[in-house]
Design a protein around this ligand. Structure first.
Ligand SMILES: C[S@@+](CC[C@H](N)C(=O)[O-])C[C@H]1O[C@@H](n2cnc3c(N)ncnc32)[C@H](O)[C@@H]1O
Length: 289
């Protein structure tokens, strides 16, 4: 810790919800209640919530991700900047905004397709092997991708080293993940200590901001309702906002050894969670939900 950096509040954000506002700590955690979130007044979340109540097919956490992109990432993007989106998938409001304000957008994804549609990536590669030069981007953004890196054979610490390497010193790295939903164990179990430790070697400042954790006026989302240890936990989105540190040290870890995804998951999760997941898959296969 020790290195403190001050950064302007997010353009458009209220003073209370400012990003990296005066703080003497390198790590800060807080949550933005739905009641005070700009997404509520825009109606985005209300519509998402209604769709969820109607057919349970649309995950309302998606609305949080849209709000985060629109109100908390986009305002940082200025004309002429270089922006990288990691795990960009097949649609990106960030890319659309970059086109509009004449910022340069690059996207990487490990897969050529996401949800049956071609990814919009400009380079098909894993974050673990980013082919861009060091300190190239003003901003690196990634929505709902970090929690999946282990599944695709990438150690998060190696992917994060690459993400910070290609970011300019003092530039922003903005990654959001779901909590209590799916992916690597630190995200399923809301392990802030472990999440922060992943970022600490590369970040001068880390801000962990929870969206929909204080979910009123909406009902809590218990996606893991049948998994006893987490059955009462409401899923939410964690936005991880970092400032790139001056000096980076490459992680001293071995690459993931297991070729098969299920073997990697076996190493990452507890037996009870794996059993729960297997039973859930079986249930979906048999009765469709
Ligand atoms: C849940 S999708 C999110 C896509 C997009 N960001 C969005 O919000 O719609 C996760 C994406 O991360 C990508 N991904 C997973 N592991 C990756 C890795 N190691 N390197 C690059 N992309 C990865 C997947 O292929 C997928 O497109």
């Amino acid at each position: 810790m020790g290195h403190t950096q001050r950064c302007a509040p997010a353009p458009g954000g209220s003073a209370e919800d400012s990003i990296f506002a005066d703080s003497n700590d390198r790590l800060r955690t807080r949550s933005i209640a739905c009641l005070s979130c700009p997404g509520l007044s825009e109606g985005l979340c209300v519509t998402a919530n209604e769709r969820w109540l109607r057919d349970r097919k649309y995950n309302p956490l998606r609305a949080c991700v849209d709000v985060i992109n629109q109100f908390f990432y986009v305002p940082f993007i200025q004309m002429g900047q270089c922006v990288l989106e990691v795990g960009c998938g097949s649609r990106s409001p960030i890319r659309e905004h970059c086109l509009k304000v004449k910022a340069h957008w690059e996207g990487v994804d490990i897969a050529p397709e996401y949800m049956g549609r071609r990814t919009i990536a400009t380079r098909l590669e894993s974050v673990e092997r980013l082919s861009f030069p060091s300190e190239h981007f003003d901003l690196v953004i990634g929505s709902q991708t970090l929690e999946h890196w282990k599944e695709t054979g990438c150690r998060p610490e190696c992917g994060l080293y690459q993400v910070f390497r290609v970011t300019k010193v003092g530039g922003l790295v903005l990654l959001n993940v779901p909590i209590y939903l799916h992916g690597s164990r630190e995200f399923i179990y809301e392990d802030y200590g472990r999440i922060a430790r992943l970022f600490e070697p590369y970040a001068a400042h880390i801000d962990l901001v929870a969206f929909r954790k204080r979910h009123s006026p909406f009902a809590p989302l218990h996606f893991l309702a049948r998994y006893a240890p987490l059955s009462k936990r409401s899923a939410y989105v964690l936005d991880i906002r970092c400032i790139r540190a001056d000096h980076l040290v490459a992680p001293d870890v071995r690459p993931l050894r297991f070729a098969r995804r299920w073997l990697r998951e076996l190493m990452d999760h507890d037996a009870d969670y794996l059993l729960f997941k297997a039973l859930r898959k079986l249930r979906i296969g048999l009765i469709g939900r």
